[in-house]
Design a protein around this ligand. Structure first.
Ligand SMILES: NC(=O)c1ccc[n+]([C@@H]2O[C@H](COP(=O)([O-])OP(=O)(O)OC[C@H]3O[C@@H](n4cnc5c(N)ncnc54)[C@H](OP(=O)(O)O)[C@@H]3O)[C@@H](O)[C@H]2O)c1
Length: 357
């Protein structure tokens, strides 16, 4: 067996099913060495998640890397079936191809999985869940749950509470997406370009098709036949699916910007029913997982540095959209840490809700 964290030095207590009367669970993180996986490890510790054993998996590239969890050193291993046996939950933080190849094995082993990739987001048999918005889909106790696209989660955390009150008709979203949306390699690319520039060296792109330092460009996901890119299509399709509202019209322009983490989105929302900016402030002030940045107190509007490391999605600049239907249109500036609420946190919350239910 190549994995399994089986040696005592790499496991956190025994994989018992109860500890001091509290149920505890064996959790496997697949893709633990990446940008999202690392956040999952930290969240499980910070949230005091009831873990009996944490197993960390990666590809051959990073096998042997170590991570601290509750004062112990855990080693990441390559995945194999034997190493997964006995896991209660798996959080998949790898690419879509890896997720597709592993999902059948996880189901066969009766391991409840939450997948961060795009592999199952359009599969009608797999619920696409943001707990604050459509968490009721978890009541059926699915064996596999899809975590939505990060820009979609950040946008809908704010759009959904308003939709519930005034019925959204159209959402225009222009995103400013951090380099960590492309994984650890994206962060390394921006950092190494900054170092190269500071040393007077040539700034060249490897992961991204052109330099990201001092630059912005349309999201480099594959171009679709209508001229949109795949990220823009995901935002449209997944928003309709999560809101269970096929008639929602979505216009998206997704852009990569040279920030390290937290995606920002300029949202323009058009509603069926009247809604004022004061009502929107009131609704969003009460929305779980959302924090209104109150500029009337002199606070600056939210920015990616403010949102980095926060569980909540920040919303500011809540105002009338003067280009929309009078009384029914709002413009908002939304910023959320896409590695947290846009990925790792949402996945952990899904499992917490499954356990609680
Ligand atoms: N980054 C975001 O903001 C974000 C937001 C929402 C969703 N997502 C999705 O979350 C997933 C992870 O993204 P990321 O940003 O964390 O990417 P990343 O930093 O590139 O990490 C990818 C992880 O997958 C592992 N991996 C690759 N092939 C594997 C295999 N065959 N078996 C086991 N592990 C394998 C990698 O291991 P090695 O270290 O060995 O390469 C690494 O741990 C992706 O599907 C992404 O689309 C990302």
């Amino acid at each position: 067996m190549s994995g399994g964290n089986a040696d005592a030095s790499t496991s956190v207590s025994a994989a018992t099913k109860s500890h001091a009367g509290k149920k505890v669970f064996c959790v496997s993180v697949i893709g633990a060495t990446g940008a999202v996986g690392r956040e999952v490890i930290q969240l499980l510790e910070k949230r005091n998640f009831p873990v009996s054993q944490l197993r960390l998996f990666c590809s051959e590239r990073s096998a042997g890397k170590t991570f601290q969890f509750r004062g112990q050193t855990l080693v990441a291993h390559t995945v194999d079936r034997e190493a997964l046996v006995g896991s209660d939950y798996a959080i998949l933080c790898a690419d879509a191809t890896t997720a597709r190849s592993m999902a059948p094995m996880l189901a066969e082993l009766n391991i409840v999985a939450v997948d961060n990739s795009s592999a199952f987001r359009e599969d009608p048999a797999v619920p696409l869940v943001v707990p604050e918005i459509n968490g009721e889909l978890l009541n059926s106790k699915p064996i596999l749950v899809a975590n939505p696209n990060c820009t979609t989660i950040v946008s809908l955390m704010v759009a959904a509470p308003l939709h519930r009150v005034a019925q959204l008709e159209r959402m225009t979203a222009c995103s400013y997406q951090a380099v960590s949306g492309a994984g650890l390699a994206g962060m390394h690319e921006l950092e190494s370009q900054a170092r190269a520039w500071a040393s007077g060296d040539k700034v060249a792109g490897q992961l991204f098709p052109r330099p990201i330092l001092f630059n912005v460009f349309p999201h480099n996901s594959p171009r679709q036949s209508d001229g949109s890119n795949e990220e823009e299509h995901k935002l449209a399709r997944e928003s309709r699916r999560i809101l269970a509202y096929d008639r929602l019209r979505v216009s998206a322009t997704c852009v990569r910007v040279p920030t390290l983490r937290a995606h920002a989105v300029a949202l323009h929302l058009e509603f069926t029913n009247a809604i004022s900016s004061a009502q929107a402030v009131d609704i969003l002030s009460r929305a779980p997982g959302v924090r209104v940045v109150d500029e009337s107190n002199g606070d600056q509007p939210a920015d990616p540095q403010m949102a980095s490391g926060l569980n909540e999605v920040l919303v500011s600049r809540i105002r009338v959209d003067h280009g929309g239907t009078p009384g029914k249109s709002l413009a908002l500036w939304v910023v959320g840490d896409q590695l947290l609420k846009g990925a790792a946190l949402n996945a952990v919350q899904i499992i917490e809700q499954l356990i609680a239910g």
